[in-house]
Design a protein around this ligand. Structure first.
Ligand code: SF4
Ligand code: SF4
Length: 328
């Protein structure tokens, strides 16, 4: 039965399987929001019965007009009619934290050694169960987040399961360091977006941002993946703006030079969601500067005949920027 109240697509139909529990969403890309797991993993296992029980409790609160503390101010909240069904339209799989890259903006950066040692939370049986019980079907959007999926033991087996669901849509975030024939195969046959952030077109800058020497390897892999993509799949290279690191015209242009050499058709811009986002957003001058650079990236991408895409937190940043300029 449809009922009107304030909620969001993620509360209603989202699931994020993280290394420490199940969340409604993974809104880490928006630094204005701090989210907490709604259900901790027990004995290294996920439990969707408990998950839906808690989701239903949240729905009951929302029907009374209350909002979860972690959701207050989230731009995804909207008042509309919800059907209250226990189905999953978007699922994030991020049950692993290991990654051979060491990006300065990653949540693992401050405690890299420990995050690299943490064992994956097994999720394969859980996904199988979700498929069997039709909680996941062709209408579910599956997103593999960070750590690094290609370094997780279960990654290929999960892809095997998902490949059997005709028409399912997926997104994979990868460091691009380890080439995966399985991803290549999925790019050729599925509706898949592969997103790799290089944030630079310069070897030294790449090492500074990523903490590893994998610049040539990653751009080579990007080219191979891009050549394997079809009309149904996309290979996207992302430029995450990091304050006082790569937020200048020279670095953007070097990045675009590499893009041109690599047969990539999609570029995505985003702001580093750690300190940079706040530093850009809390200062008018900084905000104007970063939006000029974003515009430069967008216009240069268009001039090259490539596709420009906006990353998640740019929508929130743009709203703030527009408010600032409309009110001044
Ligand atoms: S309202 Fe925002 S923070 Fe809360 S579940 Fe939805 S997307 Fe996540
Ligand atoms: S590639 Fe992703 S998971 Fe790996 S360190 Fe960078 S942001 Fe973190």
């Amino acid at each position: 039965m449809l009922e009107e109240y304030i909620s969001c697509e993620w509360i209603e139909y989202g699931m994020a399987c993280q290394y420490d529990g199940i969340y409604n969403c993974c809104f880490f890309s928006n630094p204005d929001i701090e989210i907490n797991p709604i259900s901790k993993t027990k004995n290294n296992k996920y439990n969707f019965k408990e998950f839906f029980k808690i989701k239903n409790k949240i729905r009951a609160l929302q029907k009374k007009g209350q909002i979860l503390e972690s959701c207050i101010n989230c731009p995804n909240l909207e008042k509309k009619s919800w059907d209250g069904k226990n189905k999953i339209k978007s699922m994030i799989i991020s049950s692993y934290t290991k990654c051979s890259s060491n990006c300065i903006y990653c949540y693992t950066h401050s405690d890299k050694e420990n995050f690299n040692k943490k064992p994956d939370i097994p999720v394969l049986g859980f996904i199988k169960d979700c498929i069997k019980k039709k909680i996941i079907d062709k209408n579910t959007y599956i997103i593999f987040g960070g750590g690094e999926p290609t370094e997780s033991k279960e990654f290929e087996s999960i892809l095997d399961l998902l490949q059997k669901i005709d028409g399912i849509k997926m997104k994979i975030y990868s460091s691009g360091i380890k080439y995966s024939n399985k991803i290549e195969n999925c790019l050729k046959s599925m509706n898949l977006e592969l997103v790799i952030s290089t944030d630079s077109g310069d070897k030294d800058l790449y090492r500074q941002i990523k903490g590893v020497d994998a610049f040539e390897q990653v751009w080579l892999n990007l080219k191979k993946y891009s050549l394997a993509s079809t009309e149904l799949s996309k290979v996207i290279v992302k430029y995450i703006f990091i304050k006082d690191v790569n937020d200048n015209i020279y670095s953007i242009d070097k990045f675009l030079e590499k893009v041109r050499e690599s047969d990539i058709k999609y570029i995505k811009a985003e702001l580093d969601y750690n300190s940079s986002y706040m530093e850009y957003m809390n200062n008018k001058e900084e905000m104007n500067k970063i939006f000029k650079l974003i515009k430069h990236l967008e216009e240069s991408t268009n001039k090259l005949g490539l596709n420009y895409l906006k990353g998640g937190n740019l929508y929130c940043a743009e709203e703030k920027y527009n408010n600032l300029h409309n009110n001044s």
